[in-house]
Design a protein around this ligand. Structure first.
Ligand code: ADP
Length: 245
């Protein structure tokens, strides 16, 4: 289970995540919010790349900044950074080394991951020759090198063509079948409806809803409910600001 307890992150005196509390057990959990809502900041704090200003995040009860937590998680950033002159397989070996993994057993495991994400045939080509979709797949494969229990994907479907999107979704759903717990950041409503078991609605760093997607929609479309929820929050915020003025 991943648990957030009163998590706040402040950048230059401005809170970008505020008093965020949540416990997640769903197989696929989607953070839904507009650009700038705070989704990436939340994800980076969860995978231990950023420390919260206050509050705690635990992974199976262990703080997210502990080494033991990092063994349990894989992270695919929005725009993964690659060493362009390495081949896909060389890059996988490099990532394995970061976890102290190497040798024949690891190499077969890494080849299996490349097969799983569909770029095994291109494993000996330099990454600079890879298309955006292939890079995305390599991003997935590198996030899986430590065989994590939890997988964090920051906007994994952004900028892909329809075929790339379909294929990426299939990879995500097959990982769910294998028992991985997946966290997904997105601003695309349709992807939440299609893939997520539960969602968290994030707006201006606040969690406005968390729970099953169906419960949130309550018979309406996700778009309608999302806009209603955000507008309600904006109204409250404006009236509070006016009250303080
Ligand atoms: P999202 O992923 O939902 O698009 P982010 O977490 O990237 O949102 O950003 C949330 C807010 O935090 C934005 O207003 C962004 O400008 C701000 N922000 C993100 N990173 C930094 C940083 N390193 N320094 C200052 N502000 C930042």
């Amino acid at each position: 289970m991943i648990t957030y307890s009163s998590v706040t992150k402040i950048y230059k005196k401005r809170p970008v995540v505020e008093d965020f509390s949540l416990s997640v057990t769903a197989p696929i959990f989607g953070f839904l919010g507009a650009n700038g809502a705070g989704k990436t900041t939340i994800m980076k704090m969860t995978v231990g790349l950023l420390a919260p200003t206050s509050g705690t995040i635990t992974i199976n009860g262990i703080p997210s900044l502990d080494k033991a937590s990092k063994q349990k998680i894989g992270f695919m950033p929005e725009t993964p950074y690659f060493y362009e002159r390495l081949t896909g397989m060389e890059f996988m070996k490099f990532c394995g080394e970061l976890y102290g993994q190497h040798g024949n057993v690891f190499n077969s495991f890494a080849e299996g991951l490349l097969k799983k994400v569909g770029i095994y045939e291109a494993r000996n080509y330099e990454i600079r020759t890879y298309s955006k979709g292939m890079r995305q797949r390599l991003g997935f494969a590198q996030a899986l090198v430590n065989d994590p229990e939890y997988l964090f994907l920051d906007e994994p479907l952004d900028g892909l063509d329809p075929i790339g999107r379909r294929e990426t979704k299939d990879v995500i759903l097959s990982l769910k079948k294998e028992g991985k717990k997946i966290f997904l950041n997105t601003h695309i409503l349709y992807d939440v409806e299609e893939m997520c078991d539960e969602l968290g609605v994030v707006h201006r760093g606040h969690l406005l809803y968390s729970g099953p997607v169906k419960k949130f929609c309550d018979g309406k479309s996700l778009e309608e409910r999302f806009i209603e929820t955000v507008e309600e929050h904006e109204k409250e915020r404006t009236s509070k600001l006016n009250h303080h003025a």
